[in-house]
Design a protein around this ligand. Structure first.
Ligand code: ATP
Ligand code: MG
Length: 516
């Protein structure tokens, strides 16, 4: 007898169809992916189907409102704090004792996440081979772990579950807002897909490959999907469906003015908690105090090394003080002409005579295309190599809650991971908000070829909502949307923080990100 799953009124789906499946849930931000995943998890948990959820944003602890789920990891709302080296034990407890687990990795650094997940998936794979019972693992922000075109050990582990897990009863739910960045082999192996709304051309192309419709038809249907609507694909079956809303608390909800109360959560039995605590210390691990003492010793050693380097450098500097160095003076008029030309090309005036003045050695100057080699000292804005520093000199204000300050740091480090031209662009428009600048202008100001910005737009920042792109009669323009971003990204902490704190966060980010 089959067990029906109540995912959507438009869909007949039963539990048996899920076993060993690779399920893909795709769509832009806010299209309803996490809700769809949450609904599937609710249905699986209602039927005691064992699972793990890799949660990057701390969105799934609300499942505890109705179900006995254990939340472990590093982040807000975890029940048991763990570090990366007990992944194997947690996987074992989850699979052998049938304990659903939410792995909240929001507080781990990227390398730690990778290490943890690699160990976790390896353990699940081995155990599934022995036990051969149904189990599924959900992975949020899957493009981070199975990126298209990059080979990593973790990617191979996830691909193996997606491609060959069925025989072991092991399935995967891959959730991503970056369809084009998810590995194509894994996506093409997904037996079941929930395709939410996308708008970017690159994502639409991925959908066109998954759907049998004409491109124009695909675009028309996909762009008209509302929140919670998606196209469901299972083999030959393709139908538009509306996925019901989650019954349990969705911590990733889009904030509104209503006051949100976190629900009471179900606790997992004490025996399980003790088993995990034992796993944590069972391997003769060091206590937290011992770890901190080790860390302190390492820091003291580093300090001694740095002090030695400083005194050596001071000695060298003192010696150099006696040496007279003569440097030929640069040919200033030419340098000044070129930099004037940049400024004027941006303002679109008096170019012809400057072109003549800078002579043959300068690049041709025109209002439309312009990328002259500008000496660093003469660039209109500073062009540090590391544009955005993770450890900035501007600290988040102390009176902001710790979680918010850590969140600010996470935002900064996410931004700092992007390419230098993108960082410069962001830094420039934030520093010059609220003015919107054309690609041509930005290219000149940040000292980068216009074509570089055109062929490789700052998608990550557009997706994050940090930047807004507008099409005008003179081409594409970018402007900062820092305030909107902060309201969206940090709104989740309301009502504990109010408008004043949101303003403080905006100011802090502006100082750390914006070009002075
Ligand atoms: N089926 C639905 N019915 C009603 N509201 C929904 C539905 N799906 C999602 N929502 C609401 O829409 C908002 C965004 O949903 P969700 O968090 O699932 O989006 P997402 O695609 O996961 O976004 P992100 O990429 O930012 O994680 C939430 O407030 C959620 O409660
Ligand atoms: Mg989501």
């Amino acid at each position: 007898m089959s067990t029906p799953l109540a995912i959507s009124d438009d869909l007949d789906l039963n539990l048996e169809q899920i076993i060993g499946q690779c399920i893909g849930i795709l769509g832009i931000r806010g299209s309803g992916k996490s809700n769809t995943a949450g609904v599937i998890f609710e249905e699986l948990l209602r039927n005691n189907y064992p699972l793990s959820i890799v949660d990057i944003d701390g969105e799934y602890f609300g499942l505890k409102e109705r179900y006995e789920v254990l939340v472990v990891g590093h982040g807000e709302g975890v029940e048991i704090e763990i570090d990366t080296d007990c992944a194997e034990e947690i996987a074992q407890i989850s699979m052998e004792k049938n304990i659903p687990i939410v792995l909240d990795l929001s507080g781990f650094l990227s390398d730690e996440r990778t290490a943890f997940l690699s160990e976790y998936l390896t353990a699940l794979w081995t155990l599934a081979g022995k036990l051969r019972r149904p189990y599924i693992i959900g992975i949020e922000e899957a493009h981070e772990f199975i990126p298209q075109g990059v080979k990593t050990e973790l990617k191979e582990l996830i691909a193996r579950v997606a491609l060959r897990g069925r025989k072991r009863g092991l399935g995967a739910i891959i959730i991503s807002q970056r369809s084009a960045k998810v590995d194509k082999d894994v996506l093409s192996q997904a037996g079941m897909l929930f395709l939410h709304r996308v708008v970017h051309e690159v994502d639409m192309r991925v959908y066109s490959e998954l759907l049998p419709w004409r491109k124009s038809e695909t675009k028309e249907i996909i762009t008209s999907l509302g929140i919670g609507d998606c196209v469901y694909i299972n083999g030959d079956k393709i139908l538009p469906i509306y996925v019901r809303e989650r019954q349990t608390f969705h911590a990733g909800f889009t904030p509104s003015l209503e006051v949100v109360v976190t629900p009471e959560l179900k606790q997992v039995s004490q025996a399980i908690i003790e088993a995990i605590e034992q796993a944590k210390t069972g391997k003769g691990k060091k206590s937290r105090l011992e770890e901190l003492q080790d860390q302190l010793r390492r820091m003291e050693n580093t300090l001694v090394e740095k002090e030695t380097t400083i005194s050596n450098l001071e000695a060298i500097a003192r010696t150099l003080g006696y040496i007279k160095v003569e440097v030929p003076a640069p040919s200033l008029p030419e340098v000044q002409n070129i930099s004037k030309a940049i400024v004027q090309s941006v303002e679109g005036k008096g170019l012809a005579h400057l072109g003549a003045q800078v002579g043959e050695r300068a690049h041709p100057v025109s209002a439309g295309s312009f990328a002259p080699p500008v000496p660093v000292s003469e660039r209109p804005f500073s062009t540090k190599t590391a544009v955005i520093e993770i450890e900035g000199s501007v600290e988040a204000p102390d009176d902001l809650p710790g979680a918010v300050r850590r969140h600010i740091d996470r935002v900064i480090s996410r931004i700092a991971k992007q390419g230098i031209p993108h960082q410069r662009l962001l830094s420039f428009v934030i520093g010059h908000a609220p003015i919107s600048y054309s690609v041509n202008q930005i290219a000149a100001w940040i000292g980068c070829a216009q074509g570089v910005i055109e062929s490789d737009p700052p998608r990550e920042f557009l997706d994050m909502g940090l930047l807004v792109r507008e099409r005008r009669s003179d081409g594409l323009h970018y402007r900062s949307n820092l305030k909107g971003f902060v309201t969206q990204e940090f709104g989740v902490y309301q009502p504990d923080i109010g408008g004043g704190e949101l303003h403080q966060i905006t100011q802090c980010l502006r100082m750390r990100l914006g070009e002075e």
